[in-house]
Design a protein around this ligand. Structure first.
Ligand code: ATP
Length: 298
């Protein structure tokens, strides 16, 4: 099966600073992918490379087996909602739908109108007079009605109230179930990702820290608590992702495929938030040791 996004050694540099470095990923189809990382990690850069708004400085990226933004047919296969959910402020909701129908060969007008009615948006209202959340809903409607194979959403729920967020994510899940659309969404809201995503990518300081099916990632990590230990003396098959210590106790998050037999450890499963935070703080530590990927030219 063709990966929805496949990258090899992908990198993007602005001036001397790498916004994305050495990114190698293969995201299988039919997943709802959560892309997380701190501000400035490179999430928008990666998503913009996937839709062809940016060109790579190094490496390669394929989307649905083709080159991003390689002509109208490739563009029709990918729906995109940018972080600031851009709409045309002088155009009405209906104008947006008409433009969507005109620009997209696979436009599903029934879906678009049904969603606008469900959201109780006034079709005559100018987009500039909608609230931020309503504009986000309009932008999602346009992206969904295009009937894409892949939907890319850059922090789509940031401006939505909790109820609207739940509705938005529900619509996404329905689109996945009904039309088999693959979704990649970036967000800082791990609780939301936990509800809808089955695949995780953590990006910190321009580098991928971990990527994979959430179920297997959770099954492959444990929290170990026990008497204080030097993490470097643990067995080789324990990869320590995060370690914190008091005078007498150590608490570690480790990646391991094996059962932990050593009785000194209390072993617990971890949740998605623990996993994300562990990889995020690990990435920040690595960044402190090897500061910013800034290219120094002679
Ligand atoms: P956020 O969560 O805040 O949206 P992000 O993970 O999406 O952040 P990016 O927007 O991809 O991060 O930015 C990654 C890095 O690239 C940052 O250091 C940012 O300052 C830099 N950057 C992004 N766009 C540009 C640009 N057009 N010119 C120069 N530097 C840029």
């Amino acid at each position: 099966m063709t990966a929805v996004v496949e990258t090899k050694g992908l990198g993007k540099r602005y001036g001397r600073r790498w916004a994305l470095s050495d990114c190698t990923l293969s995201i299988p189809p039919g997943r709802v992918v959560g892309l997380v990382g701190p501000n400035g990690a490179g999430k928008t850069t990666l998503l913009n490379l996937a839709i062809g708004l940016l060109a790579p400085t190094s490496g390669v990226i394929e989307v649905l087996g083709g080159h991003p933004a390689d002509g109208p047919s490739q563009l029709a296969r990918v729906g995109f909602v940018a972080q600031e959910t851009p709409t045309y402020s002088g155009l009405s909701v209906t104008d947006h739908l008409q433009m969507g129908a005109w620009l997209n060969p696979g436009w599903d007008n029934g879906l678009a109108i049904g969603r606008i009615q469900h959201l109780k948006l006034d079709p005559k209202q100018k987009a500039g007079k909608l609230s931020g959340g309503q504009r986000a809903q309009l932008a999602l409607t346009l992206a969904l009605a295009k009937r894409p194979e892949l939907l890319i959403l850059d922090e789509p729920v940031a401006g939505l109230d909790p109820l609207a967020r739940r509705e938005f994510l529900q619509v996404l899940m329905e689109a996945v179930a009904e039309h088999g659309v693959s979704v990649i969404l970036s967000s800082h809201l791990v609780a939301d990702l936990e509800r809808v995503c089955d695949y995780l990518v953590v990006l910190v300081a321009s580098r991928i820290q971990v990527a994979g099916e959430i179920e297997s990632l959770l099954a492959g990590h444990r929290r170990l608590t026990g008497p204080r230990r030097d993490p470097s003396r643990l067995p080789a098959n324990y990869r320590v992702i995060e370690a914190s210590h008091t005078d007498r106790q150590s608490s570690l998050i480790v990646a391991t495929d094996e059962r932990v037999h050593d009785p000194v450890w209390t072993v617990e499963q971890i949740g998605l938030e623990d996993l994300v935070l562990a990889y995020m703080s690990r990435g920040v530590e690595v960044e402190k040791r090897q500061p910013a990927h800034v290219e120094v030219r002679p």
